[in-house]
Design a protein around this ligand. Structure first.
Ligand code: CP
Length: 278
């Protein structure tokens, strides 16, 4: 898929197919990479980037909207602020449904591209030690990634302020899979020996109390000086605010733009595998 994503090879394997994009929360990468992925494979997209342009503003409920768009399309991608929305929608319609992020729940296609990035850049995921850094409480990308890394048997360290630790139920699930995780609030505890620093934004929009966000914001800043004694690559699902300094962008450490590009070929592969031909 990579040469197709770079338009070095032309593909029409999804010609005549339509993907529905239902984004009830803002997005740059997920929405546009799904759109690019579908179009690179010869298909098309319909949908909305914010519910404000849909008939939700007239009072139409989620169920009716989804049922209608499912009638128009061959698969749906949905992002919503409520945990469990994609699973709920998948039970209502006959077309495949992809979770593009459900509140502070999960973001599974981000995890696919994260795993692809690690494998592409570093080799066997099984042999990696990955530090998940930042907002582990509300960050849906790290929830999905932790489960996936556990399936590969990768080592994990969780670095977060005490208020933003990985939810207890996820720690419980990981322990049930036989995965031991080191938890710390000090990034220096892991810097010297991890292969990947997977940094996340503090998810301001999920805090019930804005004052709590103000107390924690800026808890970690990864800059090139901090990385001097590390051999880790730095990944981030993006968007970033201030947790990775721009002076990391063009160093051998910074891989987040490459990671974002891999969202296109990975989502192309996913769409090709779930949308039926004919
Ligand atoms: N990584 C990610 O989900 O980015 P967007 O919010 O821009 O889609």
């Amino acid at each position: 898929m990579e040469p197709v994503a770079r338009s070095k090879i032309i593909s029409n394997v999804l010609e005549g197919k339509l993907l529905g994009l239902l984004f009830y929360e803002p997005s740059t990468r997920t929405r546009l990479s799904f759109e690019a992925a579908m179009k690179r494979l010869g298909g098309g997209t319909v949908g909305f980037a914010e519910a404000g342009t849909s008939s939700a503003t007239k009072g139409e409920n989620l169920t009716d909207t989804v049922r209608i768009v499912a009638e128009y399309t061959d698969a749906l991608v949905i992002r919503h602020n409520m945990e469990g929305t994609a699973r709920y929608v998948a039970e209502m319609v006959d077309v495949p449904v992809i979770n593009a992020g459900d509140g502070a729940g999960q973001h599974p296609t981000q995890t696919l591209l994260d795993l692809y990035t690690m494998k592409r850049l570093l080799g066997n995921i099984e042999e990696l030690h990955v530090a998940l850094v930042g907002d582990l409480k509300y960050g849906r990308t790290v929830h999905s990634l932790a489960y996936a890394l556990a399936m590969f048997g990768a080592r994990m360290s969780f670095v977060s302020p005490p208020e933003l630790k990985m939810p207890r139920e996820i720690l419980h699930d990981l322990a049930g899979s036989g995965v031991n995780v080191q938890e710390t609030s000090n990034i220096h505890d892991v810097l010297a020996y991890v292969d990947v620093l997977y940094v996340t934004r503090i998810q301001k929009e999920r805090f019930p109390d804005p004052q709590e966000y103000l107390k924690i914001k800026g808890a970690y800043t990864i800059d090139s000086k901090l990385l001097e004694n590390s051999e880790a690559i730095v990944m981030h699902p993006l968007p970033r605010v201030d947790e990775i300094s721009h002076d990391v962008d063009n160093t051998p450490y910074g891989k987040y733009f490459q990671q974002a590009f891999y969202g296109v070929p990975v989502r192309m592969a996913l769409l090709k595998s779930i949308i039926k031909k004919g």
